[in-house]
Design a protein around this ligand. Structure first.
Ligand code: PGA
Length: 261
Protein backbone atom coordinates (compact mmCIF):
# COMPACT_ATOMS: atom_id res chain seq x y z
CA UNK A 1 0.00 0.00 0.00
CA UNK A 2 1.62 3.23 -0.99
CA UNK A 3 0.48 6.32 0.85
CA UNK A 4 1.53 9.72 -0.44
CA UNK A 5 3.69 11.24 2.30
CA UNK A 6 2.79 14.55 3.93
CA UNK A 7 5.39 17.03 5.11
CA UNK A 8 3.88 19.85 7.16
CA UNK A 9 5.54 22.91 8.65
CA UNK A 10 3.90 24.18 11.84
CA UNK A 11 5.17 27.73 12.17
CA UNK A 12 3.55 28.07 15.62
CA UNK A 13 3.49 31.65 17.01
CA UNK A 14 6.35 32.80 14.80
CA UNK A 15 6.88 35.08 11.80
CA UNK A 16 5.16 38.39 11.16
CA UNK A 17 3.74 39.01 7.71
CA UNK A 18 6.91 40.04 5.88
CA UNK A 19 8.88 37.14 7.40
CA UNK A 20 6.12 34.69 6.52
CA UNK A 21 6.08 36.02 2.98
CA UNK A 22 9.80 35.55 2.49
CA UNK A 23 9.77 31.99 3.88
CA UNK A 24 6.82 31.23 1.59
CA UNK A 25 8.69 32.64 -1.42
CA UNK A 26 11.62 30.30 -0.70
CA UNK A 27 9.32 27.29 -0.49
CA UNK A 28 7.42 28.37 -3.58
CA UNK A 29 10.53 28.62 -5.74
CA UNK A 30 11.50 25.09 -4.69
CA UNK A 31 8.14 23.41 -5.25
CA UNK A 32 7.69 25.11 -8.61
CA UNK A 33 10.46 22.83 -9.96
CA UNK A 34 8.21 19.81 -9.51
CA UNK A 35 4.73 18.62 -10.42
CA UNK A 36 2.36 17.66 -7.64
CA UNK A 37 2.68 13.89 -8.31
CA UNK A 38 6.44 14.11 -7.71
CA UNK A 39 6.10 16.02 -4.45
CA UNK A 40 4.84 14.80 -1.10
CA UNK A 41 1.79 16.71 0.15
CA UNK A 42 3.51 19.89 1.35
CA UNK A 43 1.64 21.94 3.96
CA UNK A 44 2.55 25.16 5.75
CA UNK A 45 0.72 26.49 8.80
CA UNK A 46 1.38 30.17 9.45
CA UNK A 47 -0.26 32.28 12.17
CA UNK A 48 -3.73 33.49 11.19
CA UNK A 49 -2.56 37.04 10.43
CA UNK A 50 0.00 35.74 7.91
CA UNK A 51 -2.29 33.40 5.99
CA UNK A 52 -2.87 36.23 3.52
CA UNK A 53 0.88 36.25 2.75
CA UNK A 54 0.93 32.66 1.54
CA UNK A 55 -1.28 30.73 -0.81
CA UNK A 56 -1.89 27.29 -2.13
CA UNK A 57 -0.06 26.49 -5.33
CA UNK A 58 -2.21 24.41 -7.66
CA UNK A 59 -0.36 22.11 -10.00
CA UNK A 60 -0.46 23.07 -13.64
CA UNK A 61 0.06 19.56 -15.06
CA UNK A 62 -3.64 18.72 -14.96
CA UNK A 63 -3.36 16.22 -12.08
CA UNK A 64 -5.82 18.23 -10.00
CA UNK A 65 -3.43 18.36 -7.05
CA UNK A 66 -1.57 21.21 -5.42
CA UNK A 67 2.13 21.73 -4.90
CA UNK A 68 1.57 23.56 -1.63
CA UNK A 69 -1.31 23.58 0.84
CA UNK A 70 -2.05 25.97 3.69
CA UNK A 71 -3.22 24.92 7.16
CA UNK A 72 -4.72 26.72 10.11
CA UNK A 73 -3.09 25.98 13.47
CA UNK A 74 -6.41 25.70 15.28
CA UNK A 75 -10.14 26.34 14.85
CA UNK A 76 -13.39 26.43 16.76
CA UNK A 77 -16.11 23.87 16.14
CA UNK A 78 -18.90 26.44 15.91
CA UNK A 79 -19.36 28.24 12.62
CA UNK A 80 -19.70 31.77 14.05
CA UNK A 81 -20.83 33.68 17.11
CA UNK A 82 -19.70 35.02 20.46
CA UNK A 83 -16.38 33.17 20.82
CA UNK A 84 -13.85 35.94 21.30
CA UNK A 85 -10.44 35.10 19.94
CA UNK A 86 -11.56 32.04 18.01
CA UNK A 87 -11.71 31.28 14.28
CA UNK A 88 -14.13 29.04 12.39
CA UNK A 89 -13.50 26.40 9.74
CA UNK A 90 -15.36 28.50 7.20
CA UNK A 91 -13.09 31.48 7.92
CA UNK A 92 -10.00 29.32 7.43
CA UNK A 93 -11.41 27.96 4.21
CA UNK A 94 -12.26 31.49 3.07
CA UNK A 95 -8.66 32.51 3.80
CA UNK A 96 -7.37 29.67 1.59
CA UNK A 97 -6.70 26.79 3.99
CA UNK A 98 -7.22 23.12 3.16
CA UNK A 99 -5.93 21.62 6.40
CA UNK A 100 -6.27 22.41 10.11
CA UNK A 101 -3.91 21.20 12.83
CA UNK A 102 -5.83 20.25 15.97
CA UNK A 103 -4.98 18.68 19.29
CA UNK A 104 -1.38 19.84 19.33
CA UNK A 105 0.13 19.11 22.73
CA UNK A 106 0.79 22.82 23.23
CA UNK A 107 -2.93 23.48 22.84
CA UNK A 108 -3.79 20.59 25.11
CA UNK A 109 -1.27 21.74 27.73
CA UNK A 110 -1.57 25.55 27.68
CA UNK A 111 -5.17 25.98 26.51
CA UNK A 112 -6.75 22.99 28.22
CA UNK A 113 -7.99 21.36 25.04
CA UNK A 114 -9.65 18.04 25.73
CA UNK A 115 -10.21 15.06 23.46
CA UNK A 116 -13.91 15.94 23.45
CA UNK A 117 -13.12 19.40 22.06
CA UNK A 118 -10.70 17.93 19.51
CA UNK A 119 -13.39 15.50 18.39
CA UNK A 120 -15.86 18.36 17.87
CA UNK A 121 -13.23 20.27 15.90
CA UNK A 122 -12.45 17.23 13.74
CA UNK A 123 -16.16 16.86 12.90
CA UNK A 124 -16.50 20.58 12.06
CA UNK A 125 -13.38 20.52 9.87
CA UNK A 126 -14.56 17.49 7.90
CA UNK A 127 -18.08 18.90 7.57
CA UNK A 128 -16.53 22.08 6.18
CA UNK A 129 -14.57 20.14 3.56
CA UNK A 130 -11.11 20.61 5.09
CA UNK A 131 -8.73 17.97 6.40
CA UNK A 132 -7.81 17.72 10.07
CA UNK A 133 -4.27 16.90 11.15
CA UNK A 134 -4.96 15.42 14.57
CA UNK A 135 -2.00 15.39 16.95
CA UNK A 136 -1.58 12.85 19.69
CA UNK A 137 1.32 11.78 21.85
CA UNK A 138 2.44 10.72 25.29
CA UNK A 139 4.37 12.57 27.99
CA UNK A 140 7.78 11.41 29.21
CA UNK A 141 6.19 10.17 32.41
CA UNK A 142 3.65 8.09 30.47
CA UNK A 143 6.39 6.62 28.27
CA UNK A 144 8.61 5.79 31.24
CA UNK A 145 5.79 4.18 33.17
CA UNK A 146 4.75 1.99 30.21
CA UNK A 147 1.47 3.85 29.64
CA UNK A 148 2.15 5.03 26.06
CA UNK A 149 -0.15 2.59 24.31
CA UNK A 150 -3.00 3.00 26.79
CA UNK A 151 -2.78 6.79 26.42
CA UNK A 152 -2.58 6.78 22.61
CA UNK A 153 -5.45 4.30 22.33
CA UNK A 154 -7.56 6.63 24.47
CA UNK A 155 -6.69 9.67 22.37
CA UNK A 156 -7.30 7.94 19.04
CA UNK A 157 -10.61 6.46 20.20
CA UNK A 158 -11.94 9.72 21.60
CA UNK A 159 -10.57 12.09 18.96
CA UNK A 160 -12.13 10.01 16.17
CA UNK A 161 -15.36 9.10 17.93
CA UNK A 162 -18.43 9.25 15.67
CA UNK A 163 -16.48 9.73 12.44
CA UNK A 164 -17.26 7.48 9.50
CA UNK A 165 -14.68 5.17 7.93
CA UNK A 166 -14.63 7.39 4.82
CA UNK A 167 -13.84 10.44 6.95
CA UNK A 168 -11.10 8.67 8.89
CA UNK A 169 -9.43 7.56 5.64
CA UNK A 170 -9.04 11.21 4.62
CA UNK A 171 -7.60 12.67 7.79
CA UNK A 172 -4.05 12.77 9.06
CA UNK A 173 -2.80 11.69 12.46
CA UNK A 174 0.41 13.24 13.73
CA UNK A 175 2.14 11.17 16.39
CA UNK A 176 4.11 13.65 18.46
CA UNK A 177 5.62 12.40 21.70
CA UNK A 178 5.50 15.45 23.98
CA UNK A 179 9.01 14.78 25.28
CA UNK A 180 10.41 15.13 21.76
CA UNK A 181 8.78 18.45 20.81
CA UNK A 182 11.22 21.33 20.63
CA UNK A 183 13.62 19.49 22.95
CA UNK A 184 16.09 18.18 20.39
CA UNK A 185 15.28 14.65 21.63
CA UNK A 186 13.83 12.71 18.72
CA UNK A 187 12.22 9.38 19.23
CA UNK A 188 14.50 6.92 17.46
CA UNK A 189 13.16 5.99 14.04
CA UNK A 190 12.39 2.51 15.36
CA UNK A 191 10.41 3.82 18.34
CA UNK A 192 8.56 6.30 16.10
CA UNK A 193 7.76 3.56 13.59
CA UNK A 194 6.64 1.12 16.25
CA UNK A 195 4.37 3.72 17.85
CA UNK A 196 2.90 4.89 14.53
CA UNK A 197 2.33 1.17 13.84
CA UNK A 198 0.46 0.89 17.13
CA UNK A 199 -1.76 3.84 16.14
CA UNK A 200 -2.41 2.22 12.75
CA UNK A 201 -3.37 -1.03 14.46
CA UNK A 202 -5.76 0.89 16.71
CA UNK A 203 -7.36 2.50 13.63
CA UNK A 204 -7.64 -1.00 12.08
CA UNK A 205 -9.37 -2.27 15.20
CA UNK A 206 -11.86 0.63 15.12
CA UNK A 207 -12.40 1.09 11.37
CA UNK A 208 -10.97 -1.94 9.59
CA UNK A 209 -7.79 -2.74 7.69
CA UNK A 210 -8.65 -0.80 4.55
CA UNK A 211 -8.95 2.46 6.48
CA UNK A 212 -5.79 1.71 8.46
CA UNK A 213 -3.90 1.06 5.24
CA UNK A 214 -4.96 4.39 3.79
CA UNK A 215 -4.73 6.79 6.70
CA UNK A 216 -1.58 8.91 6.82
CA UNK A 217 0.31 8.93 10.10
CA UNK A 218 3.08 11.48 10.50
CA UNK A 219 5.79 11.64 13.11
CA UNK A 220 6.59 14.95 14.79
CA UNK A 221 9.09 16.01 17.45
CA UNK A 222 12.55 17.43 16.69
CA UNK A 223 12.46 16.30 13.07
CA UNK A 224 15.50 17.76 11.33
CA UNK A 225 17.66 17.39 8.26
CA UNK A 226 19.85 14.79 9.98
CA UNK A 227 17.06 12.37 10.93
CA UNK A 228 14.42 12.77 8.20
CA UNK A 229 15.81 10.09 5.89
CA UNK A 230 15.75 7.40 8.52
CA UNK A 231 12.27 8.39 9.70
CA UNK A 232 10.93 8.42 6.14
CA UNK A 233 12.37 4.97 5.45
CA UNK A 234 10.02 3.43 8.03
CA UNK A 235 6.94 1.56 6.96
CA UNK A 236 4.45 3.21 9.28
CA UNK A 237 5.71 6.80 9.03
CA UNK A 238 4.01 8.72 6.25
CA UNK A 239 5.70 12.06 6.72
CA UNK A 240 6.50 14.62 9.35
CA UNK A 241 4.98 17.52 11.27
CA UNK A 242 7.82 19.92 11.80
CA UNK A 243 8.13 22.90 14.12
CA UNK A 244 11.56 24.51 14.53
CA UNK A 245 13.15 23.20 11.33
CA UNK A 246 10.21 24.44 9.24
CA UNK A 247 11.12 28.05 9.97
CA UNK A 248 14.26 27.97 7.85
CA UNK A 249 13.58 27.54 4.14
CA UNK A 250 16.83 25.64 3.53
CA UNK A 251 16.09 23.10 6.25
CA UNK A 252 12.43 22.72 5.38
CA UNK A 253 13.29 22.10 1.74
CA UNK A 254 15.72 19.32 2.69
CA UNK A 255 12.86 17.76 4.66
CA UNK A 256 10.47 18.07 1.70
CA UNK A 257 13.15 16.76 -0.64
CA UNK A 258 13.50 13.61 1.49
CA UNK A 259 9.97 12.72 0.38
CA UNK A 260 10.24 13.78 -3.29
CA UNK A 261 9.88 10.84 -5.67
P1 PGA B 1 9.58 20.61 16.71
O1 PGA B 1 7.97 20.76 16.86
O2 PGA B 1 9.84 20.10 15.33
O3 PGA B 1 10.11 22.00 16.95
O4 PGA B 1 10.01 19.64 17.77
C1 PGA B 1 7.11 19.81 16.31
C2 PGA B 1 5.69 20.20 16.57
O5 PGA B 1 5.39 20.73 17.64
O6 PGA B 1 4.80 20.00 15.71
Amino acid sequence: MSRKPIIAGNWKMNLCQSEAKSLYEGIKSFVSNYTAPQLPIVVIAPVFTSINQVSEIPCSCGCGGSKLYVAGQNCHWESSGAYTGEISVEMLKDAGCSYVIIGHSERRQYFSETDEMINKKAKAILAGGLIPIICCGESLEQRESGKTEEHLAYQVEHDLEGLTADQVKELVIAYEPIWAIGTGKTATADVADETCGFIRAKVAQLYGKEVADEIRIQYGGSVKTSNIDELMSKENIDGALIGGASLKADDFLVLVNAAVK
